[in-house]
Write a protein that binds this ligand. Structure first.
Ligand code: ATP
Length: 357
């Protein structure tokens, strides 16, 4: 498979800079997920790699060859879109074989290759059907097979699961991840769905307003978000974030906010007081005797998620959620203490939103 390098890739639409100076190396065999909210530039970036959109600046390299201005059909990349774009009047077999017939390969070769990829995505019994006679998930697999049949250097996928219902999305997600492991394929995959990103990616690139906000493995971006933006984007419910101030207290550093006094276990001697955003994930908070608990809270509501519960609490004027195994053992109106699991507090600069610790 191939590796892809983006060097200062930029795309402007009039006044809008959709992709802003993106530098990125996609290694051979990597499953790279471009993740971010609507409008952050994911599709624009992918379309420039595919050759469907001309960059305003920067370069795209495929295995060291500069393909920035090469037409899409010369790039040896296969694209899978959310709409599948199947030919309705052609059978499944002819849809899958289309890229090979376009290359004028002998019929016997096309037939053998179609049979091979159809088996890979479990479509063997459906080769004579038309797309309208298939379920959404099966159509999605045909689109995948049509990409696979070309033996491309890399796969580019733009929200390929977004037309599927939740259950089918979960199974297809697992199928794509398994297929990736089996083939060792290089994949660049666009989504705004954090679960897709966390479960399939070998590396996640979080985009914010056209810029790379953070790159890392799923565990790295979840456990050590580089900014408030990343911390808010990943996790459900999202990370609790409180405006606080840092003070040196003896040899320790303390974060204070209304109803909050948290010792951080960090040496802050000599540090001037400063404004910070204190972050802690809902699953890292637990209930504690109120006495001198680091957070003093009032339970507002409790949500039952089946195996778990989420308690929505008020701490000072902030909202804080606590997630844990059901039952949490608290009820609305309870006045409780909260403590954070050691090593799971995050500190961000209040001004820039960048991670401090
Ligand atoms: P979504 O998840 O909603 O698909 P995205 O992250 O893929 O969003 P893009 O489609 O890449 O975002 O768009 C990035 C920015 O560029 C947006 O502000 C969008 O309005 C703008 N944009 C994209 N295509 C065009 C276009 N053809 N003309 C003008 N502006 C565009």
């Amino acid at each position: 498979m191939s590796r892809i390098r983006l060097q200062g890739l930029t795309r402007r639409f009039g006044q809008v800079t959709a992709v802003d100076d993106v530098w990125l190396d996609v290694a051979d065999g990597e499953f790279l997920v471009l993740l971010g909210p609507s409008g952050c530039g994911k599709s624009t970036l992918l379309r420039m790699i595919a050759g469907l959109l001309e960059p305003s600046g920067g370069r795209v390299l495929l295995d060291d060859a500069d393909i920035t201005h090469a037409p899409p059909q010369r790039r040896n990349l296969a694209m899978v879109f959310q709409g599948y774009a199947l030919y309705p009047h052609l059978s499944v077999a002819r849809n899958i074989g289309f890229p090979l017939r376009a290359r004028r390969l002998p019929k016997a070769v096309v037939r053998a290759k179609v049979a091979e990829v159809a088996a890979m995505v479990e479509l063997t019994g459906l080769l004579d059907r038309r797309p309208r006679e298939l379920s959404g998930g099966q159509r999605q697999r045909v689109a995948l097979a049509r990409a696979l049949v070309r033996d491309p250097g890399a796969f580019l996928m733009d929200e390929p699961l977004s037309n599927l219902d939740a259950k089918l999305r979960a199974t297809t997600r697992a199928e794509i991840a398994a297929l990736h492991r089996r083939l060792g394929a290089t994949v660049v995959y666009v989504t705004h769905d954090q679960v897709e990103a966390m479960t399939m990616a070998t590396r996640i690139v979080l985009l914010n307003e056209g810029r790379v906000e953070q790159t890392g493995t799923p565990a790295e971006v979840y456990d050590e978000p580089a900014s408030v933006f990343v911390a808010r984007f990943l996790g459900s419910p999202p990370m609790n974030l409180l405006d606080a101030t840092l003070h040196a207290a003896g040899s320790d550093l303390v974060a204070r906010a209304p109803d909050v006094e948290v010792a951080l276990g960090l040496d802050g001697a000599g540090l001037p007081d400063r404004a910070v955003t204190l972050g802690v994930r809902p699953e890292h908070l637990g209930f504690a005797p109120r006495g001198n608990a680091p957070f003093r809270a009032e339970v507002m509501s409790v949500e039952n998620l089946g195996g778990e519960e989420v308690a929505h609490c008020r701490v000072g004027s902030a909202q804080v959620s606590v997630r844990g195994a059901r039952p949490l053992g608290v009820a609305p109106g309870d006045r409780v203490g909260l403590s954070a699991r050691p090593g799971h507090l995050h500190l961000f600069d209040a001004g820039s939103g960048r991670r401090l610790v």
